[in-house]
Design a protein around this ligand. Structure first.
Ligand code: NAP
Length: 314
């Protein structure tokens, strides 16, 4: 009897995922009936879900063993009171590579002063050999959220010479990094940082973690790079810090409201760069293998990978 896998993510994603999911489930040795057409809820074994899904009431899915989220972030589903079965988030090496590349690219843009040197194509030779461009080893970077994505970005930056501090909720030792944690470690993690990267999940504990108080801690003119979630930053406090020069630039991939509304001040601020939530989009080919592996595990009675702790919210 095949297991029923219900693709309950937004319909535009079905043609992208269906062939990869079919292949990955077969390769995982799972006899599966994969469907995007709302089946009898009581016959569904696994639910594949993503923000924008019309499925919001999980109660009728009485046989389902797990909800497998297509996104790494789960803030749009983890608090759903009808969800009582295991929820797994997406951790995929290709998504991790994508985030690593996006972070390194945007860090290097600011580190190398690319805007000043590349955009000024106006015939003015700005060479001044009395002003030295700092080396990576002279540019401390702090990463708030030192999990899968934060550590991958940190390793890439450290390989270029940046001194990286990683901050998380719990104590951890990662060779080659200064690791801090908890409320007590936040101030030290931010103090003097020249580049701050936020890769935290959106939970009640992380909302507005960058606010008027914490935005005053990095070095004057520091750059904030946020590919985590919009709610991590108090927008008004960031705009005030940009206006008075405490923060030199903000590169933002994620926002409280997405798409970012056309009248939001971030669009027009000269020291804000907006990218449209593209840092690490889930990739159907590699993500399908992760999803299929979790279905296989569920059928084999093994623990699911990347299971979310609803109490923590991530
Ligand atoms: P992860 O492996 O779960 O890592 C999360 C990190 O945040 C961990 O270091 C965790 O600390 C820390 N953390 C959580 N709550 C905290 C708190 N209250 N105080 C201090 N640290 C806290 O997650 P991930 O895979 O790296 O993903 C991180 C986030 O990136 C996702 O949640 C999502 O919002 C975002 N994301 C964005 C994109 C994009 O395209 N822009 C794509 C994918 C993901 P502990 O380990 O100590 O608990």
């Amino acid at each position: 009897m095949p297991v029923t896998v219900f693709f309950a993510a937004p319909p535009r994603l079905w043609p992208l995922y269906a062939p990869h999911l079919c292949r990955a489930l077969a390769e995982a040795g799972v006899d599966a009936a994969l469907t995007d057409a709302a089946p009898d809820p009581a016959a569904v074994d696994y639910i594949l879900w993503a923000p924008g899904s019309t499925l919001t009431d999980f109660r009728p899915y009485t046989r389902a063993k797990a909800v497998l989220n297509l996104w790494a972030g789960v803030e749009r589903i983890v608090g759903n009171p009808t969800l009582t079965i295991p929820l797994c988030r997406m951790v995929d090496p290709a998504m991790t590579d994508s985030m690593k590349e996006w972070v390194v690219g945007h860090v290097l843009r600011h580190h190398l002063g690319m805007d000043a040197h590349i955009l000024g194509q106006d015939g003015v030779w700005r060479h001044d050999d009395t002003v030295l461009q700092p080396l990576a080893r002279e540019r401390p970077v702090t990463i708030l959220g030192f999990g899968e994505l934060g550590q991958a970005a940190g390793r890439a930056l450290a390989s270029l010479g940046f001194p990286v501090t990683g901050w998380g909720r719990t104590a951890r030792a990662v060779p080659g990094f200064r690791c801090l944690h908890g409320a007590a470690g936040l101030e030290a993690a931010l103090a003097g940082a020249q580049i701050v990267v936020t890769l935290l999940p959106n939970t009640p504990a992380t909302e507005n973690i960058l606010n008027a108080r914490t935005l005053a801690l990095p070095a004057r003119g520091a750059v904030v790079i946020n590919p985590g979630r919009g709610a991590l930053i108090d927008d008004a406090a960031l705009l005030a810090a940009l206006d008075d020069g405490r923060i030199g630039h903000a590169t933002l991939d994620v926002f409280r409201t997405e798409p970012l509304p056309p009248d939001h001040p971030f669009w027009r601020h000269p020291r804000v760069t907006v990218t449209p939530h593209i840092a690490a989009t889930t990739r159907p080919d590699t993500a399908s293998r992760v999803l299929a592996e979790n279905v296989r595990r569920g059928e084999a009675g093994l623990p699911f990978l990347h299971r979310v702790d609803p109490a923590r919210g991530y």
